[in-house]
Design a protein around this ligand. Structure first.
Ligand code: LMR
Length: 397
């Protein structure tokens, strides 16, 4: 029956993470997947999140189905976090938000929405982008192309080329943008660059689709939402998928959302209706538990500041690891420029290592980074940073 089903080639991130799990070497180091590990190499259970969960469990009653769009308290709390609670777009009823199965689920529901209402649109993703973006949009039947982004020569942004590509894009092209902490490069637009980019997107009637998976890992919660708020201020219609996997260390609970900012409240009603229809066709309605934890953290006056402080601590630990790795490698290879470790933001560093060098890191040193050269610096700790630096120096020498 299934002889025509071809073998799965595997996923560049998740399959490598599985290979790490099976690696019998006791000194192995996992810098592959985008997960924050603490200094003991453990995925943290944040005290704010644990306290919220205990409150949710204590209050738990019957488990009816959630509405197709998810829990109302979760959706409102997400809107306040993304836009700021008094944003005019929220007050005027132009923003619709649904609870999704992680932000990947938000991307998928958004991709299906685009395919249905803008079937001719192409999706433009940054070069490079998260390894799964292309697959999500192609999986919805859309054509995916790329726009210039990362400059390998300088380790910076090809902003002029990016703008030029937007200026040529067809009307209603979807422009996938990373709101902060670009994955995989860690290179973000500055505020001034966002201010230059958005009028171009608006003038050409392009459809921005912002992906915000790392809120709080760049600078503050508010700063990391800058591009979202600026787009809403500018009267642009756009989509945004956001995640609590990293910011609340709730990976397996699959807590995310999809928001669409519409031109007016009536269109917003119809857009929400079609998002609900899409969810019903796919998985009917989202799960309850994780979203209630998120809603509790975001709205509890004691837990909210505790959580924000915990995110600051995670961010600062990553920065300390960036500095440590930089110091050790620079001492051993003083003639090369490794300043990218310090300037790139968020969980990742784009090392410029070739696939062969990445394979050598894994095979000879049990250090796992993606074959694109992306290293999850959030997997470094005081116990493995020296060994990682030594391994990198070896494959670079
Ligand atoms: C990553 O980029 O490693 C994470 O976002 C995990 C994933 O789903 O790929």
């Amino acid at each position: 029956m299934f002889h025509h089903v071809e073998p799965y080639a595997g996923d560049p991130i998740l399959t490598l993470n599985e290979a790490f799990g099976k690696d019998p070497r006791s000194d192995k180091i996992n810098l592959s997947i985008g997960i924050y590990f603490d200094d003991d190499g453990k995925i943290p259970m944040l005290p704010s999140v644990r306290a919220a969960e205990l409150k949710v469990v204590a209050a738990a009653g019957a488990r009816p189905y959630l509405p197709m769009e998810g829990a109302a308290n979760f959706r409102t709390a997400v809107q306040d976090l993304l836009f700021g609670s008094d944003h005019a777009a929220l007050r005027s009823g132009r923003v619709v938000t649904i609870q999704t199965v992680g932000s990947s689920g938000g991307l998928k529901v958004g991709a299906d929405f685009i395919k249905r209402y803008f079937p001719q649109s192409h999706v433009l993703v940054s070069d490079p982008t998260w390894d799964n973006h292309r697959a999500v949009f192609e999986g919805s039947g859309l054509t995916v192309e790329s726009y210039p982004y990362y400059d390998a020569a300088t380790g910076g942004l090809r902003f002029a080329d990016m703008l030029a590509a937007m200026s040529k894009a067809e009307k209603h092209s979807v422009i996938l943008l990373h709101a902060c902490c670009h994955n995989p490069t860690g290179v973000d637009l500055t505020r001034e660059q966002w201010q230059q980019l958005l009028p171009v997107l608006k003038a050409r009637e392009l459809i921005p689709f912002l992906d915000l998976a790392y809120q709080g890992y760049g600078s503050s919660m508010d700063d990391d939402a800058y591009a979202i708020r600026l787009s809403a201020d500018a009267g642009i219609s756009f989509l945004v998928a956001n995640s609590f996997s990293k910011s609340m260390s709730l990976y397996g609970e699959r807590c995310g959302a999809l928001s669409i900012v519409c031109p007016d409240p009536q269109q917003a009603v119809n857009v929400l209706g079609q998002l609900k229809a899409n969810v019903r066709r796919n998985y009917s309605n989202p799960p309850m538990h994780g979203g209630q934890i998120v809603a509790r953290v975001l709205t509890d006056p004691e837990l909210r500041p505790l959580w924000e402080a915990e995110v600051v601590a995670m961010r600062e630990r990553i920065l300390a690891m960036r500095q440590r790795l930089y110091d050790v490698i620079c001492t051993r290879l003083p003639d090369r420029d490794f300043s990218y470790f310090l300037t790139q933001r968020g969980m990742f560093s784009y090392t410029g290592l070739s696939p062969i060098q990445c394979d050598r890191l894994k095979d000879e040193h049990a250090v796992y980074i993606l074959r694109s050269g992306r290293m999850c610096v959030a997997g470094l700790n005081n116990g493995n940073v020296e060994a990682t630096a030594t391994a990198m120096v070896d494959v670079l020498s």
